[in-house]
Design a protein around this ligand. Structure first.
Ligand code: PLP
Length: 378
């Protein structure tokens, strides 16, 4: 009969839908109602959104934070990274400077609304260059209100940033820390204390695509005027009829993913570590990017010197292996990775980078087939 089902190891691009999210969405499809309507249908729809909001805030460990549902993390970052977003209750309004890490996702790098931003370099490990961060803070005027944007976990390498230290220095400098926790949420517990604001995306943790959230501490953050104005939904912070089915699936996925972290994180770490150990035996020249830093348990970014990513991806695809080259966000297009380049990786080597990312449905057999397929790479 036909080919074996493909081995999917591209969870950082998107995760297969979790069982609980699928079931919750199918149940939600059985009922109608606009959450803004007064009648019983509307009240039911409104309740399902309120329940998802509470479930997500509770699962993320930030019950006192506020959550605005958006169409995804890209939109949430666009709302957050605007000059009018600033410290709550100071009256002055807004942030004066944006400081962001060179390895942020393009959604932050290209989506912010500041006239210019200071780019913070990373060390060769992929972690923030702490001396350069300190120098950037010291170089700000005394009355500056910086907005510091640092992602928790990198989508290409899995490298984690020291969020607690960055948060402390940002606060000492009178600023706010906003974090892209898209790859972190559902894989690791949200740091406690949490960043002042952060964004998450449903499809990276087993929910549907097209829904995400901006989560923030209303005691510390003032979002200014809404970006999308109109009907006043989401307490006026984001107009437009809510994506009720998606939100319900998002709520179920966050709850399941968070409840499973203690079991899933060591399991996928073992798969990832097994893959990297086998790769080092098969191809002693292989490079693993970010391996010196703390990383997400599921992610491996590797290159085989002298081999290009597109050729290997085609060969692996014929072998039924679905992985990605570098960032796959707007894929089809293979461009040099700005993340690896910021880590000082030579362009020829970066051109061969492949990203393997495991997740909740990955099995030992998937990992064995991946290892066997890498052994066949000529
Ligand atoms: N931030 C990171 C780290 C990502 O990996 C992605 C998606 O690839 C995004 C932001 C954008 O998320 P969304 O697809 O929800 O807009």
């Amino acid at each position: 009969m036909g080919r074996k089902p493909a081995v999917y190891a591209d969870y950082n691009a998107t995760s297969p839908l979790r069982t609980s999210a699928r079931a919750a969405m199918l149940a939600a499809l059985e009922v109608d109602g606009n959450p803004s309507s007064i009648h019983s249908f509307g009240r039911g729809a409104r309740r399902s959104i309120a329940d998802a909001r509470t479930a997500i805030l509770t699962a993320l460990g930030v019950p006192s934070y506020r959550l605005i549902f958006t169409s995804g993390a890209t939109e949430a970052l666009s709302i957050l990274l605007r000059p009018q977003v600033g410290p709550a209750g100071k009256g002055a309004g807004g942030s004066s400077h944006l400081l962001m890490l060179a390895t942020e996702h393009v959604a932050a790098l290209g989506g912010h609304g500041f006239p210019n931003a200071t780019t913070l370099p990373v060390a060769t490990s992929g972690r923030i260059d702490e001396a350069a961060f300190e120098a950037a803070l010291q170089g700000l005027p005394d009355d500056a209100r910086p907005l510091v944007c640092v992602h928790g976990a990198n989508n290409e390498t899995g490298v984690l940033q020291p969020l607690a230290e960055i948060r402390q220095r940002t606060h000492e400098a009178g600023g706010l820390l906003v974090c892209d926790l898209v790859q972190w949420a559902g894989r690791l517990l949200i740091p406690n204390p949490a960043p002042d604001a952060f964004v998450v995306s449903a499809h990276k943790l087993g929910g549907p695509s097209g829904v995400g959230a901006l989560v923030y501490d209303p005691q510390r953050v003032d979002l200014g005027e809404a970006l999308i104005r109109g009907g006043g939904q989401e307490r006026g912070a984001r107009a437009g009829t809510e994506n009720r089915i998606g939100i319900v699936g998002f709520g179920a996925a966050v709850s399941e993913a968070t409840a499973m972290i203690a079991a899933e994180a060591p399991r996928v770490r073992a798969l990832r570590d097994h893959f990297e150990a086998a790769l080092a035996e098969q191809h002693p020249e292989a490079r693993v990017f970010g391996a010196e830093a703390e990383r997400l348990p599921n992610t491996s970014c590797v290159a085989l010197p002298g081999k290009t990513a597109s050729t290997m991806l085609m060969q692996l695809d014929l072998d039924g292996i679905a992985i990605s080259s570098g960032a796959a966000c707007s894929s089809g297009k293979v461009t040099a990775s700005h993340v690896l380049s910021a880590m000082g990786v030579a362009p020829e080597l970066a051109a061969g980078a492949l990203r393997i990312s495991f997740g909740w449905a990955s099995t030992d057999e998937d990992c064995d087939r991946l290892v066997a397929a890498f052994a066949r790479l000529a």
